[in-house]
Design a protein around this ligand. Structure first.
Ligand SMILES: C[S@@+](CC[C@H](N)C(=O)[O-])C[C@H]1O[C@@H](n2cnc3c(N)ncnc32)[C@H](O)[C@@H]1O
Length: 345
């Protein structure tokens, strides 16, 4: 039985994607677990996580409509602890309250090889912490006894998985979000930047794509439709889910890449953001989510949103969402779509 539309299904995407009707999804937009230690991803090892992304992306080739899109939102940078990374050594010059240099400490040590830290401190007139810091340094990310954190890029992994699935990387946009100032430990003791953007990778399934410039207003084209950087504040109230994206993110993708009445998929549905955007924009949706509680709360939110929308359409005397001329034309051609992709349209 194929998964029904306008419902959030509880289960593992690696399995449930097999139950989506072939060539039925106009656009799939999602943000997977990032492998950053969140509660909902603790069941995955690093290898499982990589394997999950590859499997999920692979399933998209059959379920996307020809000419349809998969849009993956993810941070390009993955930080993980690596015990093999040398634990050296940031000197924070601003914080250095005492003029004793490393060279002076090393000279005193070689003159008095039997002196311990306290004795060296008394000799040089400083604290024993100063002796320790000058000799052993500080860890770049706080606490010299902690394992260092290294950085790994995720984009290559995502691109490879798309290509292996028979999809083509078509575009990449940047979501400029709030700067993560709470990571201040990083930049007081390192040269690392704060985390403040993520990517959206657009993959295309070969086939004719409808390019309908009327889906957006002229202002929308100027502000974001044709722009590589999307500025959208992060979600501040994470009361129902710990890692929501702003509704504006799936809304833009949906408006840009699908026509009213088409079906949008999110196979890591979380709190239901993509489904809510789909309802508001008059599209159908299919959601998949592993966590039962998220499924329940997201489904309740969708039901409420669908009722709200029904009232609005009733009042405006318009049962069906408004369709642009080209969307109607594209539907009447049942998949024999109009123009080709960006650059050739
Ligand atoms: C980054 S969150 C998505 C948040 C969502 N975009 C929102 O705005 O609420 C990733 C979600 O994937 C779910 N998840 C993890 N592994 C999964 C799997 N194998 N299949 C389906 N969902 C999964 C998690 O429970 C989590 O809710």
């Amino acid at each position: 039985m194929p998964l029904s539309i306008n419902q959030i299904h509880n289960g593992d995407s690696r399995e449930l994607l097999k139950q989506i009707a072939p060539n039925s999804i106009a656009c799939s937009v999602w943000s997977p677990p990032y492998f950053v230690g969140k509660e909902y991803e603790k069941y995955l090892s690093y290898e499982d996580w990589v394997g999950m992304l590859q499997t999920v992306i692979k399933h998209h080739h059959s379920i996307l409509k020809p000419g349809g899109f998969l849009v993956v939102n993810i941070a390009d940078i993955l930080c993980f602890q690596d015990p093999t990374m040398p634990r050296i050594q940031a000197q924070n010059l601003r914080r250095q309250r005492c003029d004793i240099t490393r060279e002076e400490v090393l000279a005193a040590k070689s003159e008095h090889p039997d002196y311990n830290r306290n004795q060296l401190a008394t000799l040089l007139g400083c604290s024993e912490q100063t002796i320790d810091r000058r000799v052993n340094g500080n860890n770049i990310r706080g606490g010299k006894y902690n394992t260092q954190t290294r950085v790994h890029l995720v984009s290559g992994l995502i691109e490879d998985a798309g290509v292996a699935a028979g999809l083509y990387l078509y575009d990449r946009r940047v979501w400029m979000k709030d700067a993560a100032w709470e990571n201040s430990k990083w930049h007081t003791l390192s040269y690392r930047s704060v985390d403040e953007f993520e990517y959206l990778f657009f993959f295309w399934k070969p086939g004719e794509t409808v390019v309908d410039r009327d889906r957006l207003t002229s202002a929308e084209w100027v502000e974001w439709g044709s722009r590589g950087v999307w500025r959208m504040p992060s979600v501040r109230a994470n009361n129902d889910h710990e890692a929501k994206f702003p509704i504006e993110l799936p809304r833009r993708v949906i408006k840009l890449l699908t026509a009213p009445g088409e079906t949008v998929l999110d196979c890591f549905m979380g709190s239901g953001t993509t489904a809510l955007a789909a309802i508001q924009e008059g599209r159908n949706y299919i959601g998949i989510e592993l966590n039962k509680q998220y499924v329940a709360s997201a489904s309740a939110a969708c039901e409420k949103e669908a009722k709200k929308r029904a009232v609005v359409t009733q009042h405006s005397g318009n049962e069906q969402p408004a369709k642009t001329a080209r969307a109607r034309a594209s539907e009447s051609q049942t998949g024999e779509q109009l123009a080709l992709i960006k650059g050739s349209a």
